[in-house]
Design a protein around this ligand. Structure first.
Ligand SMILES: Cc1cc2nc3c(=O)[nH]c(=O)nc-3n(C[C@H](O)[C@H](O)[C@H](O)COP(=O)(O)OP(=O)(O)OC[C@H]3O[C@@H](n4cnc5c(N)ncnc54)[C@H](O)[C@@H]3O)c2cc1C
Length: 251
């Protein structure tokens, strides 16, 4: 019997900043990534002495660069998020974002005993539809196991057992559903994360990738509160969440 997966996102890495010791500059930045953004900006004009009183604080400096659209500065810090419990279909949408780096669970090498699937909310909220959904998933899993056994038999003359299993799995996986649970490590700079959230956290995006975008935003708000402060999270009538920002104009 297949089980429903649940989205799980973890921030596993983000940039550290090591200020050059020979520059007389201090920052009140709350986080390393935000200190790095300010440093990169001040390095452009050698304004380490903070000549503009209105942008002396790190918070004011970052808000200013967002207002004037100096978003290249946000390309310096990066964050890495480990995502589990997401459908293979949603990771296909995620990997369309070309500035991220990805490492995804291999369906050829990793074969869980039990199927885990990401159930669309509209179906999960309805007992009858859930029954239809899981019946189809379980039938597919039966067919997958049957194909796998038949393929291994067909390939029995291949002496290399690892290669035999790999070939069998790569053929059988063709029938696995779009809902199959996947895991993926995603690294991106802050400009890329902002672009992803701007496109995928809106109410027009697919519900599953929107849930992912909002979950990532919440993590990024802890890693760099000012850089992501303009994104406001709101609840929709169906109980899901969305986020928008007045500054996401770099699409
Ligand atoms: C609501 C919604 C519906 C969608 N529906 C479909 C669909 O039906 N079919 C479909 O195929 N896709 C669809 N997509 C995916 C969409 O077309 C993009 O592939 C995806 O959102 C990645 O966004 P992106 O291209 O802006 O940028 P990213 O790859 O995230 O790149 C960020 C930005 O970098 C710049 N950039 C990156 N690469 C280039 C380049 N080669 N040349 C110039 N500039 C570049 C652009 O400014 C781009 O906006 C949909 C997306 C959304 C949000």
């Amino acid at each position: 019997m297949a089980r429903a997966s649940h989205l799980h996102v973890q921030l596993v890495a983000h940039s550290q900043f090591h200020p050059p010791t020979d520059i007389g500059w201090e920052t009140d930045a709350a986080t390393d990534p935000e200190a790095l953004v300010e440093f990169a900006g001040r390095a452009c004009y050698e304004t380490f002495n903070k000549p503009n009183p209105r942008t002396r604080s790190n918070d004011a400096y970052i808000r200013h660069i967002m207002e004037v659209g100096h978003l290249a500065l946000l390309e310096h810090p990066t964050a890495t998020i480990y995502v589990r419990g997401i459908s293979r279909g949603a990771t296909h949408e995620l990997t369309r974002h070309r500035h991220f780096s990805f490492s995804q669970l291999s369906q050829r090498f990793v074969h869980p005993e039990e199927s885990e699937v990401a159930v669309p909310k509209l179906i999960a909220d309805d007992a009858e539809l859930s029954q239809v959904f899981f019946r189809a998933i379980d039938n597919t899993r039966l067919a997958y196991d049957e194909l796998l056994a038949a393929l291994e038999l067909k390939l029995r003359d291949e002496p290399n057992a690892v290669l035999r299993r790999k070939q069998a799995h790569q053929a059988a996986q063709a029938i696995l559903p779009r809902a199959t649970e996947s895991r993926i490590v995603v690294t991106g700079n802050f400009r890329t994360w902002r672009h992803f959230i701007g496109m995928r956290a809106t109410e027009h995006a697919d519900v599953e990738i929107r849930e992912l975008a909002v979950a990532c935003l919440k993590l990024l708000k802890t890693a760099a509160p000012t850089v992501f402060s303009d994104f406001e999270i709101a609840a929709l009538a169906d109980g899901t969440e969305m986020a928008t920002s007045p500054y996401v104009t770099d699409f």
